[in-house]
Write a protein that binds this ligand. Structure first.
Ligand code: NAD
Length: 372
């Protein structure tokens, strides 16, 4: 039995075990459907054929509603390889100088920007000006100001801007959100988000302030920032933060190695989080309410995600995050579907605004208000 069918059967069985909120019905119906799909398909060009771009392209081979039809890269050899592997015609191949002419290409609906962080802002704005929908990797930008400009440019061009928050479609994550919304955890009061890995090669762009915009926080800490919001279900109003550094040679000025931060939420909940580039296997979310708890560990890796609550193990099978993400994003763009947790530009901008405040709080040592 293939894993998709297993997923469908398990999901249907679990769905029958509890009453399904209407917002989850679509997910369940869609995956409980082995029929060939003959509706509209989102035709996507990937910009940046690096390690994550490669993962997304592979995952898209199993998509029903999204198809890889183009590439944008500065490396001709990579383009040739991808053309052969994914049957991409020459007319759908671009480089970083000429990709504005994608506006004249009727066979590409959207561009997925998967380049180093500092390039997202300019590239997304160029995609919008070319009249194509933009999907942008996290972090969407280097700061909230850039993020707001990207949102504005996409609005002006009347195209959608989505951010690659794959966890927003992950079944165990969605089940915890369902439980919280249904009041099964009681009033939610505490979240802990621990996110980190040991980063290798000191010469990579992730450790270059100009290209990364920071260090661990922009890359992996953003999962705790974003996760605190979708787990608690509110946006924070204050932050405190403390930065520590054990290796100032590898982690230069402006490139954070480890940041602890605390967030305060309007309903009274608090979050306590850690972002680091010096510890492996640090990938844990923990949510506690007045009545119950939910835990994910691993919580944001490529999976399988594991979870339990005070009611027991979360029994949902593993899905390939990027396959589900791209099918769901196609439904958002083509059918106006509303996801349970938003993945639009405003959502990305909120995280940038919080990260700006975390950096400021770490620098000043002061509790910093976040005004929305
Ligand atoms: P990578 O280094 O493997 O790939 C980056 C690509 O961008 C390379 O192909 C490189 O050639 C190209 N590039 C274009 N201009 C460049 C320049 N001026 N300098 C360096 N490279 C340039 O990186 P990656 O791991 O694929 O990360 C790319 C983006 O994807 C980042 O924003 C990262 O945060 C994000 N990402 C997201 C996830 C996720 O799970 N959502 C996972 C990994 C990475």
């Amino acid at each position: 039995m293939n894993s998709r069918r297993e997923f469908l059967q398990k999901l249907t069985a679990s769905a029958m075990a509890f009453s399904i909120l209407p917002e989850f019905e679509n997910e369940i119906t869609k995956y409980n459907n082995d029929q060939p799909y003959d509706g509209p398909v989102l035709r996507v060009a990937i910009m940046g054929l690096g390690s994550y771009g490669t993962r997304v392209a592979e995952a898209m081979q199993s998509c029903k509603m999204a198809k890889l039809t183009g590439v944008i890269s500065g490396t001709p050899d990579k383009i040739k390889n991808w053309q052969t592997k994914y049957n991409i015609p020459e007319k759908n191949c671009y480089n970083y100088e000429n990709f504005d002419s994608i506006k004249d290409n009727p066979d590409i609906d959207a561009v997925y920007v998967i380049t180093p962080n500092a390039l997202h802002h300019g590239q997304v704005i160029r995609v919008a000006k070319a009249g194509k929908h933009a999907i942008c990797e996290k972090p969407m930008a280097l700061n909230a100001k850039e993020g707001a400009e990207m949102v504005e440019a996409c609005k002006k061009a009347n195209v959608k801007l989505l951010v690659g928050y794959r966890m927003h479609f992950e079944p165990k994550t969605l089940e915890i959100i369902r439980m919280r919304n249904a009041g099964e955890l009681g009033k939610v009061l505490f979240f802990q988000g621990l996110c980190g890995f040991r980063i290798g090669d000191p010469t990579q762009w992730r450790l270059n302030k100009q290209l990364a915009g920071g260090g661990s926080m922009m890359d992996i800490g953003i999962y705790a920032v974003n996760g605190s919001r979708y787990m608690i279900g509110e946006d924070p109003v204050w932050v405190t933060a403390q930065e520590t550094k054990t290796d100032p040679i590898k982690f230069k000025e402006g490139v954070d190695e480890t940041i602890q931060f605390q967030l305060g939420f309007p309903g009274g909940a608090v979050a306590s989080c850690l972002s680091t580039y010096i510890m492996n296997n640090l990938d844990r979310f923990f949510l506690n309410g007045e009545k119950g708890f939910a835990e994910l560990q691993p919580s944001t890796g490529y999976g399988p995600i594991k979870g339990r609550t005070n009611k027991g193990e979360l029994d949902f099978p593993h899905v390939t995050h990027q396959t589900v993400q791209m099918d769901e994003m196609a439904a958002i763009i083509l059918q106006g579907k509303q996801p349970v947790v938003p993945v639009d530009g405003e959502e990305g901008w909120k995280d940038m605004k919080i990260i700006d405040a975390i950096f400021l709080a770490a620098k000043t040592g002061k509790k910093t208000a976040i005004k929305w």
